[in-house]
Design a protein around this ligand. Sequence first.
Ligand code: PGA
Length: 250
Amino acid sequence: MRKKIIAGNWKMNQTPKEAEKFIRDCKEKVKSDKADVVFCVPFVDLAAALDLLKNTGIAVGAQNMHFEDKGAFTGEISGKMLAEMGVQYVINGHSERRQYYAETDQAVNMKVKKALADALIPIVCVGESLEQRKQGVTVDFVRMQVKIAFKDIPAGSARKAVIAYEPIWAIGTGETATSEQAEEVCAAIRQTIAEMYGRETAEVLRVQYGGSVNAESAAELFAMPNIDGGLVGGASLKPEFAAIVQTAGV
Ligand code: PGA
């Protein structure tokens, strides 16, 4: 049985002071012994989050990383730097990174490889645009994204990763995918992993849904057989996040 994982993606929100106050106010309410809980915070908030969440069981993640350890990459942060701080998770290939910073499938693959080599758990984001959904190519497109993201990654590493299915049309729009739509694609992702690595790996690897998850939609989504929790944006910045985490524990 896969343990559910609920990750909050704060995006570019909360200064270090705001983060500190927010975490102090909510950490007792978002603790869970049934689900893994992760706060993916801006780089400048990592130190405060790591300090305040020590010994709570709540993990800290970053939202991006570079695929090299070091070098002339102005403004970038490496996986090695994150790992040394005590960060456990990192989001790779979020659609906003792909869209606004031209992150390619190949770059995502290099980041996923590096994250795993640095003992970070990558949350690998995939998902189709509205146009692609209308064209009926959702499953083909997402399968391709998964195949490239995991290219040349051995099963022993891949099984530790988390994949987040995030349809672009559902992100930040208030329009959540129906649980059937989300389940269909999450099942196709698991099938793709099974074809690449075998059933055993596919049964272990966790697949989340993301895109306007809220306290109302969470229970039905997380009850689907191939949905192992959520990557939560907007609602992770509200008290509602605690309700979403509790849903996963039922
Ligand atoms: P949202 O964001 O929950 O605000 O739609 C999800 C995400 O982008 O990870």
